[in-house]
Design a protein around this ligand. Structure first.
Ligand SMILES: Cc1cc2nc3c(=O)[nH]c(=O)nc-3n(C[C@H](O)[C@H](O)[C@H](O)COP(=O)(O)O)c2cc1C
Length: 408
């Protein structure tokens, strides 16, 4: 994501402009300084209600709602929170995709949406276990949708026998309210400890394979790949527009939507207030705005201190009719990986651009698979590709109210 300058009058998305000084420099004018002054002292905190979920559900008496209140803290692409939970069956939760919350331009086959179901399922399981329940997880109990389609059949049905012997609690539970995805530059002076990368593997389930590199030449090549892929995403009008439309600028928009790409910096809010923040068009490739958009991707990509990725066996999944299940399983594994990283004090940030299936990305998508696995995507598919490193903890992102996700 990025905020773009479209001189002289309009600005679109350029979130790397994180200070008023940057803004004045770019605009080159005192008039803007005057315009931003009223907002200069405003808080950059998210509206309290939008992040209240991170306090946890407290004494919520209904165990399913208590577990769901943990599950909705799951990571999802563009923080879309594409989940609907059906509670009509006792001692069970059925999860469906909220099909109003997909990303059809950057995720045309809905793979990331399926991975984002898996992150939710895994948190549900960990939370239910914490309450002494032993949920059995059936993925796609009524069958899978096609490889490139979605439907309303459940992604997962979790059910449990009340009164059964409680399972072991998962120590990763302690990280649920702490986990977050830091979308800032990492400290390039601080190397990642290889022992921490090894430790990530210990929490992963069978069926999802883990890859990692801290090797400088390989990291450099992958940094370059991230950046090249970012150029495709922001240079393709429909994929860039998808991100622009999901931007939530300032407390009013964030409080209204509680999802998407949230921006609280005072100067962006000032520009929005002045009507100078144009989210209706993309900048031309090579324009000032385009270069601005790239800057944030540069900060992220070029400060990657290593990479980790999760694969599934695509050929085997296809033969077994389990393509969608393998995506959900990858999401479950990713959630565990990020919780473990949280415990270790290591940051993990998905860099999904090269791993997106829209046509313009195909050369980079194929290259990613070759660089990571030396195999084509029809053999082994990369489900998550992330940079790792260190930085200060960042604020939690908004979540919608649980009630909006329940299909009672
Ligand atoms: C399948 C998937 C793909 C993601 N891809 C990206 C990405 O390309 N870039 C990014 O900044 N974050 C990515 N994320 C992270 C989400 O943006 C993040 O989870 C969401 O904003 C919620 O924030 P949180 O993880 O701090 O709770 C991805 C997450 C998932 C589950």
């Amino acid at each position: 994501m990025a905020l773009l300058l479209n001189p002289p009058a309009k600005v679109t998305f350029m979130p790397h402009l994180s200070s008023r000084r940057d803004f004045i420099h770019l605009m080159g004018g005192g008039a803007v300084l005057a315009a931003t002054a009223p907002l200069a002292g405003c808080s950059s905190d998210y509206p309290a209600a939008s992040v209240a979920a991170w306090q946890g559900p407290g004494g919520e008496p209904d165990v399913r709602r208590w577990a769901l209140a943990h599950a909705l803290l799951a990571p999802s692409s563009h923080n879309r929170q594409p989940w609907r939970a059906d509670l009509r069956e006792p001692n069970a939760i059925a999860l469906h995709v909220d099909r109003d919350r997909t990303l059809p331009m950057t995720d045309p086959w809905f793979r990331q949406i399926m991975v984002s179901q898996g992150t939710f399922v895994e948190l549900l399981v960990i939370a239910l276990q914490e309450r002494g329940l032993d949920p059995q997880v059936q993925l796609f109990p009524q069958g899978e949708p096609g490889e490139k389609t979605l439907d309303d059949r459940p992604v997962a049905r979790l059910h449990w026998a009340p009164g059964a012997a409680p399972p072991a609690k998962d120590p990763l539970f302690a990280q649920i309210l702490r986990r977050h995805t830091a979308k800032v530059a990492y400290d390039t002076q601080r190397a990642v400890n290889p022992g921490q990368v090894e430790a990530l593997k210990t929490v992963l389930p069978a069926g999802v394979t883990f890859g990692a590199t801290l090797e400088p030449a390989r990291v450099a090549a992958l940094r370059a790949l991230c950046l090249a892929a970012a150029k495709v995403e922001i240079g393709t009008p429909r994929t860039m527009m998808e991100s622009l439309r999901l931007m939530r600028v300032g407390p009013a928009e964030i409080a209204q939507h509680r999802d998407g790409i949230t921006v609280m910096s005072p100067f962006v809010r000032a520009m929005a207030a002045l009507g100078l923040f144009d989210r209706t068009q993309v900048p031309a490739v090579g324009s000032t705005g385009y270069r601005g958009a790239l800057k944030r991707f540069e900060e992220h990509s070029l400060s990657a201190m290593g990479f980790v990725w999760l694969n599934t066996d695509q050929a085997g999944a296809r033969a077994a009719g389990r393509i969608r299940a393998s995506q959900v399983e990858a999401g479950r594994a990713y959630l565990r990986l990020q919780l473990k990283a949280t415990e270790l004090g290591l940051q993990v940030h998905p860099m999904s651009q090269a791993n997106q299936e829209f046509d313009e990305m195909k050369p980079w998508y194929d290259q990613l698979h070759q660089q990571l696995n030396g195999q084509s995507v029809s053999e082994r598919v990369v489900q998550m590709f992330c940079r790792i490193g260190h930085c200060a903890d960042q604020p939690h992102t908004p979540r919608r109210e649980l009630a909006t996700m329940i299909r009672a």
